[in-house]
Design a protein around this ligand. Structure first.
Ligand SMILES: Nc1nc2c(c(=O)[nH]1)N[C@H]1C(S)=C(S)[C@@H](COP(=O)(O)OP(=O)(O)OC[C@H]3O[C@@H](n4cnc5c(=O)[nH]c(N)nc54)[C@H](O)[C@@H]3O)O[C@H]1N2
Ligand SMILES: Nc1nc2c(c(=O)[nH]1)N[C@H]1C(S)=C(S)[C@@H](COP(=O)(O)OP(=O)(O)OC[C@H]3O[C@@H](n4cnc5c(=O)[nH]c(N)nc54)[C@H](O)[C@@H]3O)O[C@H]1N2
Ligand code: SF4
Ligand SMILES: [Mo]
Length: 681
């Protein structure tokens, strides 16, 4: 008999409602959920084909133990005994700070909660982080400083009500297609679209104003826009007086950004900047949408604050159709952050350095104390591994060998570990380096909740049994905790039981229950009590921090600029049908066939200078490494800039990228590296 099982799409943070079509123990297709508030009966190409990797023959089906150069299958008992004893020994010898854990934005809220609890209560370390560090860490830092909450301020559906949408550093149609749908609906209603991107991406065709800026020049652009708004008196004086602080700093700072100078820094014509300022400044309801083009810079946090400055200056906050809308990437990166898979905060963004909060959580968990020092972030963990300070790592649902910057350095770090455990659904490039590999159930094979980019918490149901011996991530952690002598702390027999505990320590989720979540809309946090309806729009009467704070920031050049030896700027990103290191999409025939190979976009004038024509094999070299890939000669990309997706292990962009970090959020500068390109010999 065919069943339709309600789940949440396992790819992007739009969080579309997906019905899995299951027959017996197989998922044979997907259907969009008609009554779902985000996708309303639609899906993108990834959603339609999400089932294709579930039953792939390369799924991990049994625990694996490294034996010489290869792996052998082992029982759960043997594998977990080994992991427990090695973690135990290393902790004993070198202290809890010598162990680091990567949690997963692919896992459920319940799983992330259990993983961070394991790190803190069993290992005794705050060395826990996940891919949000490579993604929206600047959003969490920047928007908290400006507004008091690091999350998207408005619902996705609100965008349709905007009169002007500024999309900056987001390839929305490819990366968040069901969010792009709302932008296009707004356009159809007559809204103006301003796009700021170094590439003429698909949205540039719809854009009324296209600002093709040089990578890493967002602050100069936004300061220029704000200077015009102030000069023309388009700021919202009443909003500024009543709801903000620090306007003097901003006014002083933007004075230094005359449009001629902004044009020089950004490469965008002064008249276009002026037109953008007038369009945004005059709109009744203006929204900002941004993603990795803003965050993945050494100035990532300052870039984010700059977007918040623009919204505060024009009073575009706390109303339908306005706001600052960072599009979260992975299906559950919002939830992984909410539930404390971060080195400095417990669930609910409560600081690990706050004695009272630690005591409260320790009391609830029934442990004597919790570690009080903030832990290491993703890139810092791998640096510490290379230096021999981190001795053991437990990597759950992440693939740093393809996703983290400067792959040679990542490899050195991972190979230098005394012990590496990888828990995944596929044998990834990272798993190849592990001592033990543990097989997980994928989203279709387990129950749990996921939180999408608009803070919507949604319940996803189990459609089929996992393959072989694979079990859900939370269950693996519970078994491991038991093997380490901490069974009491992890007594759970279902995801719902975990949810009942997590809502006690996560104020934003306190009013949610599985019963309440059992509806297409889910519930949007903050939802403090069981009779609270949830909070789709943040900062309505006042900002979460009270007054919105202008954080005046100035332009700073990226860590690496082009020079004679490396004359081109490399920026990296994605294509619509592939996902990160490709562990899932490259095993999904329909998706992989859409875009099976690595490539580099080169402007025709640059290509001519290099003697390269479309389709040539080229060598790309940076200070970190060298790769070969196909040239795609296109005027989509601006002069002096080249673009590569990072999905492909053959021609892996991260061999080239710069691991330089934003000092505040510790995100690496994936969007700017200096490279040279030549025809491969
Ligand atoms: N198909 C697909 N969808 C995805 C993902 C995927 O791997 N594949 N990943 C998901 C995840 S985790 C994330 S975080 C999101 C990412 O979603 P996006 O951020 O939209 O994706 P990117 O391709 O990284 O880059 C976004 C845009 O930034 C532009 N850009 C590059 N450099 C700069 C710069 O210096 N300044 C500015 N202003 N723009 C710049 C690029 O040209 C691109 O158009 O997508 C999610 N959705
Ligand atoms: N050059 C460059 N590099 C980048 C970026 C960029 O723009 N440019 N973007 C960065 C960004 S924004 C991000 S978010 C990161 C993403 O970096 P990662 O998170 O490392 O990327 P994924 O390939 O999505 O890794 C998810 C892993 O989880 C596994 N998985 C799926 N479901 C489950 C499950 O239920 N349980 C378990 N245990 N495993 C599961 C998948 O097989 C896969 O191996 O990449 C970053 N790297
Ligand atoms: S937009 Fe995102 S969540 Fe929706 S179907 Fe596509 S990948 Fe899935
Ligand atoms: Mo991301």
């Amino acid at each position: 008999m065919v069943r339709f099982v309600p789940t949440v799409c396992p790819y992007c943070g739009a969080g579309c409602g997906l019905l899995l079509v299951a027959r017996d123990n197989r998922v044979i297709g997907t259907r969009p959920w008609q009554r779902h508030p985000v996708n309303e009966g639609k899906l993108c190409i990834k959603g339609w084909n999400a089932h294709e990797f579930i039953h792939h023959s390369e799924r991990l089906t049994a625990p694996l133990i490294k034996d010489g150069q290869s792996f052998r299958e082992a029982s759960w008992e043997e594998a977990l005994k080994l992991v427990a004893s090695r973690f135990g020994e290393i902790k004993e010898q070198h202290g809890p700070g010598s162990v680091a854990i990567l949690s997963s934005a692919k896992c459920t809220n319940e799983e992330n909660y259990v993983i961070q609890k394991f790190a803190r209560a069993v290992v005794g370390t705050n060395n826990i982080d996940h891919c949000a560090r490579l993604c929206h860490a600047p959003t969490v830092a920047g928007l908290v400083a400006s507004l008091g909450s690091g999350a998207m301020t408005n619902p996705i559906g609100d965008l349709e009500q905007s009169d002007c949408i500024l999309v900056i550093g987001s390839d929305t149609t490819s990366q968040h297609p069901l969010v792009a749908r709302e932008i296009i609906k707004a356009k159809e209603r007559g809204a103006k679209l301003i796009l700021a991107d170094p590439r003429a991406i698909q949205l540039s065709k719809q854009a009324d104003i296209f600002l093709q800026l040089k990578p890493g020049t967002e602050i100069a652009l936004l300061n220029g826009i704000m200077k015009v708004i102030l000069e023309r008196g388009l700021e919202d004086k009443e909003f500024i007086a009543r709801r903000t602080e620090g306007i003097e700093d901003l006014t002083n700072t933007v004075k230094d950004y005359p449009l001629e100078q902004v044009e020089q820094i950004t490469g965008v014509k002064a008249k276009d900047i002026e037109e953008a300022a007038l369009t945004y400044g005059q709109a009744e309801r203006a929204a900002i949408v941004y993603a990795m083009g803003i965050t993945q810079h050494t100035t990532g946090t300052a870039n984010v604050m700059s977007t918040a400055n623009l919204a505060l200056l024009t009073g575009n906050l706390g109303r339908t159709g306005t706001g600052v809308n960072p599009l979260r990437g992975q299906n559950n990166v919002q939830g992984a952050c909410d539930l404390g898979a971060l080195p400095d905060v417990l669930p609910g963004y409560r600081s690990v350095t706050d004695d009272a909060i630690r005591a409260e959580v320790a009391g609830l968990w029934g442990v004597a104390s919790l570690p009080s020092e903030a832990g290491l972030t993703v890139v810092e963990m791998l640096d510490a591994a290379a230096e021999g300070k981190i001795k053991a790592m437990y990597i759950i649902g992440e693939n740093p060998m393809l996703s983290d910057p400067d792959t040679s350095h990542v490899k050195k770090g991972l190979e230098n570990l005394e012990f590496l455990v990888v828990q995944d659904i596929f044998p990834t490039e990272t798993a190849q380096l592990a001592g033990v590999v543990l097989p997980s159930a994928c989203w279709a094979e387990k129950e749990g909740t996921y939180t999408n980019t608009e803070r919507r918490v949604q319940l996803s149901r189990k459609a089929v049994e996992p393959p072989g011996e694979a079990v859900s991530d939370w269950e693996i952690i519970c078994r491991l905790a038991k093997a380490m002598g901490f069974a009491d702390l992890f007594p759970y027999t279902s995801a719902e039981e975990i949810f009942e505990e997590l809502r006690k320590v996560t104020p934003q989720y306190a009013g949610m229950t599985y019963e309440r979540l059992n509806q297409p809309e889910g519930l949007v946090w903050p939802c403090p009590t069981e009779d609270h309806p949830g909070t789709p729009i943040l900062h309505v009467d006042q900002c979460s921090r009270g007054k919105g704070k202008f954080q005046a920031v100035g332009h700073e050049a990226p860590a690496e600029e082009p020079d004679e030896e490396y004359p081109l700027i490399l920026t990296t990103g994605r294509v619509a049908s592939q996902w990160h290191g490709g562990s899932m999409t490259r095993r999904s025939p329909t998706l992989n066939n859409e875009f099976p190979r690595s490539y580099i976009e080169i402007n025709p004038q640059d290509a001519k200078k290099l003697g390269v024509v479309n389709g040539d094999l080229v060598t790309v070299v940076s200070r970190r490494g060298e790769i070969e890939t196909d040239a795609l000669v296109t005027d989509r990309i601006e002069l002096g800039v080249v673009f590569m997706p990072f999905h492909f292990v053959e021609g892996a962009a991260n061999l080239l990228t710069n691991p330089a970090l934003d000092p505040i959020s510790k995100i690496p500068e994936f969007k700017v590296a200096a490279v040279r390109v030549s025809k491969a010999s």
